[in-house]
Design a protein around this ligand. Structure first.
Ligand SMILES: C[S@@+](CC[C@H](N)C(=O)[O-])C[C@H]1O[C@@H](n2cnc3c(N)ncnc32)[C@H](O)[C@@H]1O
Length: 266
């Protein structure tokens, strides 16, 4: 583990990294569709805030062609993985607390954030800091959960624990619901605002949730609110579903927004 993080509940252990690889695979198609909407400009500087092990950063580098793409994160463990996987000539990675402006390498043409704001407190101020990192006509691109619908009790129980833990750290799992109002308050031009529907296989979701439960089950808040038998029951239920290939037991609504910082705005 790297330095203790006051806010990020899921850590940077091996299961946390494995989970993010699965997150990357599950959500790559909806992220690609969003990135295809970016206004085409060359020579751009792109910041991936809260980049983790660099899955989103590499996707941005692929989509943005000749742009200089830089991933920012607080976890040295994830940054080391990201640098290893980027290879020569790939994106670069810098240690930073993305809640504290100015961000390294500012100003940027694109600031991108996926599943990061949901882990942070003081979200309106953080969002403003990111927005003010942009050059005129630069764009802030965000993806966050609006809702997650699960029909099975074991999945719903996992989501209850996860959202409770995130809230205890000042975050909000379903931060997509706040995003529209916060983004509009920035005063930029909303170029895109929609909800992407994602319906992964039961096996992928069970594996992803099981890894996260392993990553956070010794957290003091979790231990204070859930007994070991309950956590074991959920872990066993998820483990039993790891090979299922059906879809429809769980669906994500991911709020996706692109907001442009208009020229002439402060
Ligand atoms: C759920 S992961 C998302 C990673 C990546 N955006 C993706 O979609 O694969 C959240 C990331 O935000 C990072 N993070 C949380 N709080 C942060 C902060 N204050 N400054 C920088 N990074 C932070 C964590 O270390 C973690 O890598």
């Amino acid at each position: 583990m790297s330095e203790p993080d006051a806010a990020y509940a899921f850590g940077d252990s091996a299961p946390a990294s494995e989970r993010l690889a699965l997150v990357a695979r599950i959500f790559a198609p909806s992220t690609r569709s969003l990135l295809a909407r970016l206004p085409a400009r060359s020579g751009r500087r792109v910041l991936d805030v809260g980049c983790g092990p660099g899955h989103t950063t590499r996707l941005l580098a692929e989509v943005c062609g000749d742009a200089h793409v830089i991933g920012l994160d607080r976890s040295e463990v994830f940054l080391a993985e990201a640098r290893r996987d980027a290879g020569p000539g790939g994106p670069s990675f810098v240690h930073a607390d993305v809640t504290t402006p100015p961000l390294p390498h500012a100003p940027a043409d694109v600031v991108y954030a996926r599943y990061v704001l949901s882990h942070l407190g003081e979200r309106a101020a953080v969002l403003r800091g990111w927005f003010e990192t942009l050059v005129p006509e630069g764009v802030l691109v965000m993806e966050e959960p609006e809702w997650i619908e699960a029909v099975e009790d074991v999945l719903r129980r996992y989501l209850q624990i996860t959202s409770g833990l995130m809230a205890a750290r000042g975050g909000e799992l379903y931060v997509g619901r706040e995003l529209g109002a916060m983004a509009r308050a920035l005063g930029g031009r909303v170029l895109h605002d929609d909800i992407a529907l994602v319906s992964p296989t039961t096996g992928d979701v069970a594996t992803m949730f099981g890894l996260n439960l392993r990553a956070y089950r010794d957290d003091p808040w979790v231990l204070a609110h859930y007994d070991a038998a309950t956590l074991d029951r959920i872990a066993a239920g998820l483990a039993a579903w790891r090979t299922l290939t059906d879809r429809g037991r769980i669906r994500w609504g991911v709020r996706q927004m692109i907001v442009e910082r208009s020229s002439g705005l402060p």
